[in-house]
Design a protein around this ligand. Structure first.
Ligand SMILES: NC(=O)c1ccc[n+]([C@@H]2O[C@H](COP(=O)([O-])OP(=O)(O)OC[C@H]3O[C@@H](n4cnc5c(N)ncnc54)[C@H](OP(=O)(O)O)[C@@H]3O)[C@@H](O)[C@H]2O)c1
Length: 296
């Protein structure tokens, strides 16, 4: 997937490139801690995180590293066997697989999302963070999908990439707000800034997600001013995952920036946009975040 960004100078203004370790070897995590200070890496131990799309790709990479850091990780996706594979992978990081708890759900279905949140609540009572990676790619033939896409394919894309994200946020919110300092990340895409012909529906879904996340960030800040909630978008860039078999990049490339956002101290970014390579982006009226994410 290569997206043509419609106005690089206006939509992708790059204000800061931080200490993100995009190419860190995941097997050497004890040496580099994905760019985190020892203190911030240590803060992950014992915390609880909900990861959607956790059975494959970026979601699996993020989940296994969080487990390696000693966190408790709730894994959501539709296919239980994929979630079990993620749980088993944590052993490769020397982590106990019990740190990963599978909570299968289809995020398009509110009853299933509600049940997943209830299941998490019954085990922890609160969440320190949510990373929503679940999504579906452009369906079918990409030559002219806006012209030829079926209504069912359009509705599935929007139901997963937009409505499902809203449902997860809605049902995670009570768990996240029980704990001061919760961090929430949604994975978007360059497509959210792009007009690439043939990718129209996916572009729309990611642009809508960007807007949704800005709105969620503002609403949660208004409703819980004393909670230090930080809700942000992370653009993961290309990597070889189920939805993109054409890339040579590892999905572990997104882990460093994910952890930087999850462990960010108070008074950090919310409603902001970042790229896995450390760039701070802008979208709509949201300006690039003005401080480095790794140094505090
Ligand atoms: N890979 C890239 O090059 C690339 C580039 C830019 C952005 N992204 C973004 O990165 C994020 C992660 O994607 P990925 O690359 O890691 O792709 P992936 O391996 O295909 O992961 C997508 C995950 O979403 C889950 N999912 C799909 N529909 C779901 C539903 N209705 N309910 C619950 N889970 C669902 C899938 O699991 P089940 O099928 O088992 O449900 C799968 O584990 C997405 O937001 C994607 O748009 C990827």
């Amino acid at each position: 997937m290569r997206f043509r960004i419609f106005s690089r100078s206006r939509s992708r203004d790059i204000s800061l490139v931080s200490g993100a370790l995009e190419n860190a070897d995941p097997t050497k995590w004890q040496a580099h801690r994905f760019g985190l200070s020892r203190e911030r890496w240590g803060s992950l131990a014992g915390r609880s995180y909900w990861i959607t799309g956790a059975g494959t790709g970026f979601g699996r990479a993020i989940s296994t590293v969080l487990a390696a850091a000693g966190a408790r990780v709730f894994l959501t996706g539709r296919r239980a066997f994929r979630l079990n594979e993620t749980r088993d992978d944590t052993r490769g990081f020397g982590a106990a697989s019990e740190r990963c708890i599978t909570v299968p759900a289809d995020i398009r279905d509110e009853d299933q999302v509600r049940a997943a949140a209830s299941s998490i609540a019954s085990r922890t009572g609160h969440l320190h963070g949510l990373v929503s990676c679940a999504a579906v790619p452009e369906p079918g033939d990409i030559r002219s999908p806006l012209s030829e896409l079926t209504l069912a394919d359009w509705e599935n894309l929007v139901a997963t990439n937009v409505t499902g994200q809203w449902l997860v946020a809605k049902h995670a919110r009570p768990l996240l707000m029980r704990h001061p300092g919760a961090r929430t990340i949604f994975l978007s895409s360059e497509a959210g800034w792009a007009d690439t012909a043939g990718f129209g529906p996916y572009n729309v879904s990611k642009s809508a997600l960007n807007s949704l996340v800005m709105s969620i960030a503002a609403e949660w800040a208004r409703d819980f001013p004393d909670r230090d909630s930080q809700v942000n978008i992370l653009v993961p860039g290309e990597a070889r995952t189920e939805m993109n078999q054409g890339s040579d990049h590892s999905p572990y490339a997104v882990v460093s920036m994910t952890l930087a956002l999850l462990t960010h101290p108070p008074e950090g970014p919310t409603g902001r946009f970042f790229h896995r390579d450390g760039r701070h982006l802008e979208f709509g009226h949201a300006r690039p975040y003005h401080r480095d994410l790794f140094t505090r």
